[in-house]
Ligand binder design. Sequence first.
Ligand SMILES: CC(C)(COP(=O)(O)OP(=O)(O)OC[C@H]1O[C@@H](n2cnc3c(N)ncnc32)[C@H](O)[C@@H]1OP(=O)(O)O)[C@@H](O)C(=O)NCCC(=O)NCCS
Length: 466
Amino acid sequence: MAVTSQTSKILTSKLTQQFVNLLSRTLSSEVTNLKDVLADKIPREQEKVKQFRKDFGQAKIGDVTVDMAYGGMRGIKGLVTETSVLDPEEGIRFRGLSIPECQEKLPKGKGGAEPLPEGLFWLLVTGDVPTDAQVAAISKEWANRADLPSHVVTMLNNFPANLHPMSQFSAAITALNSESKFAKAYSDGVHKTKYWEYVYEDSLDLIAKLPTVAATIYRNLYRDGSSIGTIDAQKDWSANFASMLGYSDPQFTELLRLYLTIHSDHEGGNVSAHTVHLVGSALSDPYLSFAAGMNGLAGPLHGLANQEVLVFLNKMKIALNEDFSRTKVEEFVKKTLASGQVVPGYGHAVLRKTDPRYTCQREFALKHLPDDKMFKLVAELYEIVPPILLETGKVKNPWPNVDAHSGVLLQHYGMMEMNYYTVLFGVSRALGTLASLIWDRALGLPLERPKSMSTDGLMKAVGAKH
Ligand SMILES: CC(C)(COP(=O)(O)OP(=O)(O)OC[C@H]1O[C@@H](n2cnc3c(N)ncnc32)[C@H](O)[C@@H]1OP(=O)(O)O)[C@@H](O)C(=O)NCCC(=O)NCCS
């Protein structure tokens, strides 16, 4: 078959592009410095977005109804988030990879089966599955950046014991902005094309310091202020965190690796991710932006639900005198609903199936603690709660979410302090929200400012009469 010169040109340019991609992939798998890999990728992504907007900037991606405006903006497509996408039926995909695929493909900790959160961070930032050497480089870098400035340690050590761990966490993160390289560079007049570099530095510093902050809070509140010890640069992020918290069981470290991986990101519209993105769009530095997101995570309809689940289970334990027969449990759940409260750990604003983050925790429990009494109760609730929620006729998703399971796993290994659980969620959420923040600045996304309307304005707009 004759090949026209036009076809030949297209083929050559396609082959050249494939070669460039292959070369770039090969090179980037040998580079262990994440910032260098990113610096290589950013210009190409900027160009891709620029061209896409030039060609399709006016293309429509949806309609907005009055109900959407009153209904918490559900379903409005108005945000760009590169790191992960949530499918209502299938659950989260991190840069295209499902949770089981991440468990299979990402590098594991020493002697463990669960992925290292460092690998997930690399994946979220670059879109590539990292090599063992790349993940080891991140572990080392985070260990080297983990120290806290003395004013933050003093502040943490002086908080009253009745201040919720999430408030302590958020306040300490805000105070860490004394260290912000972005804030300094901005006030020194840095060019906007370089913003991402300083956001990157702050993000890595902050992620590295979060376990130190979190462990200090834990020790102060629940372990008589005992020392968190020192960071070991040979250990991974989760292993250092477990040891600072005072846990030596390797299975707890495994759980922490899984926990910190799966709570990291849930696309861009959830309260914590959206808040970090929104506040970051004002060019508030990563510490201020992330602290704002943590205040959102501390709400009972969002991250605090993992604490609420344990409160709910303990209330049930006491009320039923540990008689977890089906009828008694059903009665308790119905009573909760009748009293105008939610069943924590169930339902979701986007998901319409069992959360794969719940499923992988259930699998962890089946493997490591199949006979745990509280796990059995959680498993029983999985059968009992959905039909009851469906009966109400209004709950859109009757299935369990991530928070329905995490607390009982932590309790199995001795972490009984349920008020603390959202802090662990927060440490993990840094991976996704800060990876996104780096890209927000790399792509030059502007100040976020959607249009709001008054009820009268809306009525007028749609021709409604009073
Ligand atoms: C997550 C959550 C806030 C999503 O809210 P949503 O998108 O508004 O959910 P829906 O559209 O299904 O809500 C419709 C109705 O069902 C109710 N509903 C949803 N989930 C419920 C639950 N687990 N228990 C009781 N009622 C629930 C809502 O409160 C709402 O009631 P209303 O119309 O009287 O106000 C909600 O499911 C919830 O409160 N779950 C419990 C808290 C939780 O687990 N949060 C962690 C989420 S990862």
